[in-house]
Design a binder for this molecule. Structure first.
Ligand code: UDP
Ligand code: MG
Length: 320
């Protein structure tokens, strides 16, 4: 039997990209088309446009396409999880719907997979069509994340990767609702290989990321991946206490030797403000973790499925 490969495509309001992506996949996968049994799974993440209708009409002529329709917009991380859960193939590739990732790279990934690699990730060479700010913040973010964590996250390598069924099975067992999937890939381990690609500008529509969302993802990445920030407040607490103690000795000795006058008001204000700020930040960090613990303890299902449209499901219903 041919090995089965799932191409998982999270799509949020990507109606104009549905058919172009399908065509690009057919074209780009030509070199390996005869060797594998491909399924293209569009995961509709609560789109506001007619993405579902586009996929449904595509399915009339494209037997390799299926559709997983989620009950609302859950965000890309959860949409990808739905793809992992749906998976029953030999390998899967997650790719964005906006054609920013060249499909031909998948062929390179498959070759490495055949050589025994289980997590073949694609690393961006250049970031075309992205603002200077986004590039700079993402570089800064990866630097920070790498410096505080034990299982390093590869910079500029995203969700565009081929996973062997072993890796998918492992990730499926991680049911945290506050997901940072890039951290999960590196946490589960397995044999990794790298391919490079040049990112292209989006074909249609706009990016769903704005600065606020990216900052949120960065916070999520850090707090769901490492407890290092909690240590920061502990260490800064120690450092400040030490400094305060030294200053205390200085003030005490000075007062004993020279007596006291009522000066020192600016010092007092600065100290109160400074300590206050440090305390607020520390409480904030605690709060970030507490909030995540709160969300995790609810143990909710990660998502709900509105409908699944699948070739063999359709066949079944035709038989009944
Ligand atoms: N996406 C999604 N749910 C969301 C936001 C985005 O499934 O809530 C999908 C989107 O349709 C695309 C991929 O995730 O296929 C990447 O999104 P986008 O292109 O907006 O991000 P960028 O490439 O700018 O990082
Ligand atoms: Mg994009």
């Amino acid at each position: 039997m041919m090995k089965r490969i799932l191409i998982s495509i999270p799509a949020y309001s990507e109606a104009d990209n549905v058919v172009p992506l399908y065509n690009a996949l057919k074209e780009g996968l030509k070199p390996v088309w005869a060797k594998y049994d491909f399924e293209f799974l569009y995961i509709n993440d609560g789109s506001k446009d007619d993405t579902v209708a586009q996929v449904r009409s595509l399915m009339e002529t494209a037997p390799e396409v299926s559709l997983l329709d989620l009950s609302r917009n859950y965000g890309k991380e959860i949409a990808m999880t739905a793809g992992f859960d749906y998976f029953h193939h030999d390998a899967m590739v997650t790719i964005d719907a906006d054609l920013q990732m060249p499909v031909s790279t998948i062929v390179d990934m498959i070759n490495l997979w055949e050589q025994g690699y289980e997590d073949v990730y694609a690393k961006r060479n250049k970031r075309m069509g992205e603002s200077w700010l986004k590039k700079a913040t993402s570089r800064w973010f990866y630097k920070t994340l790498q410096s505080v964590s034990h299982a390093p996250v590869v910079a500029d390598a995203g969700d565009f990767r081929l996973l062997d069924k072993k890796v998918v099975a492992a990730i499926c067992q991680l049911r945290e609702s506050e997901r940072y999937t890039k951290g999960l890939y590196s946490w589960v381990g397995f044999k990794k290989a790298q391919v490079e690609f040049d990112a292209l500008p989006r074909l249609h529509g706009q990016t769903k990321w704005n600065f606020r969302k990216l900052f949120g993802l960065a916070m999520q990445g850090i707090t769901s991946y490492t407890t290092a920030p909690l240590k920061v407040s502990t260490y800064s607490g120690f450092a400040i206490s030490l400094a305060a103690f030294i200053y205390l000795l200085y003030v005490l000795i000075k007062t004993l030797l020279y007596g006291s006058d009522t000066s020192g008001f600016p010092t007092l204000v600065i100290l109160i403000l400074f300590i206050g700020g440090v305390q607020l930040i520390s409480i904030g960090i605690l709060g970030e973790y507490l909030g995540r613990i709160f969300n995790e303890t609810k143990q909710r299902p990660l998502y709900f499925i509105e409908d699944i449209y699948h070739r063999s499901l359709d066949d079944n219903s035709a038989e009944e």
